[in-house]
Design a protein around this ligand. Structure first.
Ligand SMILES: Nc1nc2c(c(=O)[nH]1)N[C@H]1C(S)=C(S)[C@@H](COP(=O)(O)O)O[C@H]1N2
Ligand SMILES: [Mo]
Length: 335
C-alpha cells in the first residue's frame, strides 16, 4: 500500500540525513515540507553504512531475510535530522523497567524476547498464537522515518523498520463487529523490574488501542527494528506499534496480544488520568495538557545553550495524511 505523499514530491535517499552525516557535517534536508520515496535498493547492504555508530546485534533468520529485500521509504520533514542513536536508545519511556529515562536502557535487557508469540483474538476470522515469522511471512520490511512526539513535550526523529499494521489486520480478517484494535504489552514481573515496584501506579499490563480506521491507516506501523537493525529492548523489542500523529504513549511496546473488539478499549494512561490523557491523543498544539502547554516541543538532543525548541505541529506534521479521520470530531473534546 502506498503512503499518500503530499505535494512536494519525491525525497531521495540522499536527502535523508543519516545520523553520522548529521553529526559530522550538519547537512540538512532540502526540499518538501514532508516527502516520501520508495527506492528499490536493498537495505541490508545499506544499514551498516547508513547508521555506522549502531552496534550490530544478532538477528534471527526471519529478520535477516526480510532485511535483504526491505523497501526504503522515507517520510521526513524539512530541516529535520535523524536523532542520534544514542539519544533514541538511552532516553526512553518504558515504565515496565522503571520511571526514569535511563531505566529502560539499563534494565530492559532482562526481558527475554526470543522466542516471542503474539496472541490474536476477538472478533476475527483467524485468531491464534502467531510467531513473528508467521505474522510477517508475506510482509515486506519497510523503513519509515517519523517524528515521535511525547506528551511530555519532547520529540525525536526515528528511522523505524517495520510492516504496515493494515497488512496484519487484513491477514487475520477482522469481522464487521470489530470496531477497535486493542494492544497489550508483556507483563512479566520476573523480567520487568518496574512492574515489581509498589510505587508504580500503572495497572499492568500496559494497554493501548486504535479505532479500526486508524489501525488501517497507511502511516500506522508495527516496528521490529530501527536504525537499520533489530529493535533494542528498551525501544519495545521485538514488536511495537508506531502511530506518528499521536502522542508517544499510544506507540505501545513489546506487544504480546492484539485483540479485535467491539468497544473502545480502556487504555493505560486514559484510565490513570482521564482529564490528562485521552483515548485519541492526537498531537495538537492547541489542546493543552492540564499541567502544561503543548504549543511547543523540545527536539532532542538539545543542550542548555541550544534547547532546540520548535512549534508543535497539528497531528505532529501529518495533518495532510490523517486529518480526514477526525473531520467530524471536536478535537478539544476528543483529545
Ligand atoms: N509498554 C509500554 N509502551 C510504551 C511506554 C511504556 O511505558 N510502556 N511508554 C510510551 C511513551 S510515553 C513513549 S513517549 C514511547 C517512547 O518510545 P521510545 O522509548 O522508543 O522513544 O513509548 C510508549 N510505549
Ligand atoms: Mo510519552
Amino acid at each position: 500500500m502506498l503512503i499518500r505523499i503530499p505535494a512536494g514530491g519525491d525525497c531521495h535517499e540522499s536527502e535523508v540525513t543519516p545520523e553520522a552525516i548529521y553529526r559530522s557535517r550538519r547537512r540538512f534536508i532540502q526540499g518538501a515540507a514532508l516527502a516520501g520515496a520508495a527506492v528499490g535498493v536493498p537495505l541490508l547492504a545499506r544499514a551498516a553504512e547508513q547508521y555506522p555508530g549502531v552496534p550490530a546485534s544478532p538477528a534471527p533468520p526471519w529478520f535477516v531475510g526480510k532485511l535483504g529485500d526491505a523497501r526504503w521509504r522515507a517520510v521526513v520533514a524539512q530541516g529535520e535530522a535523524i536523532t542520534p542513536y544514542a539519544d533514541a536508545t538511552q532516553y526512553n519511556n518504558f515504565y515496565e523497567f522503571g520511571p526514569n529515562k535511563g531505566d529502560p536502557a539499563r534494565y530492559a535487557a532482562e526481558l527475554k524476547v526470543e522466542p516471542w508469540t503474539v496472541l490474536v483474538d476477538g472478533e476475527v476470522e483467524k485468531p491464534g498464537r502467531y510467531s513473528l515469522d508467521d505474522l510477517f511471512a508475506e510482509g515486506q520490511l519497510e523503513e519509515r522515518i517519523y517524528r515521535l512526539r511525547c506528551v511530555e513535550a519532547w520529540s525525536m526523529v526515528i528511522p523505524w523498520l517495520g510492516f504496515p499494521l493494515a497488512d496484519l489486520v487484513q491477514m487475520v480478517r477482522p469481522l464487521s463487529a470489530a470496531k477497535f484494535v486493542r494492544f497489550e504489552t508483556a507483563y512479566r514481573p520476573d523480567e520487568m523490574r518496574g512492574t515489581r515496584s509498589s510505587f508504580a501506579l500503572i495497572d499492568w499490563p500496559y494497554v493501548e488501542g486504535l479505532r479500526m480506521d486508524e489501525a488501517m491507516h497507511p502511516l500506522s506501523l508495527l516496528a521490529v527494528g530501527m536504525y537499520g537493525r533489530m529493535l533494542p529492548n528498551q525501544n519495545g523489542a521485538p514488536l511495537r506499534l508506531v502511530v506518528p500523529w499521536k502522542y508517544g504513549f499510544k506507540s505501545i511496546k513489546s506487544i504480546v496480544r492484539i485483540s479485535f473488539v467491539r468497544e473502545q478499549p480502556r487504555t493505560t494512561w486514559q484510565s490513570m488520568a482521564p482529564e490528562e490523557y485521552g483515548f485519541y491523543a492526537n498531537v495538537n498544539p492547541q489542546v493543552s495538557h492540564p499541567r502544561w502547554s503543548q504549543a511547543r516541543e523540545r527536539r532532542l538532543p538539545g543542550s542548555l545553550f541550544s534547547p532546540n525548541v520548535r512549534d508543535t505541529l497539528l497531528f505532529n506534521g501529518y495533518a495532510d495524511q490523517v486529518a480526514d479521520l477526525y473531520a467530524s470530531m471536536d478535537l478539544t473534546k476528543d483529545y
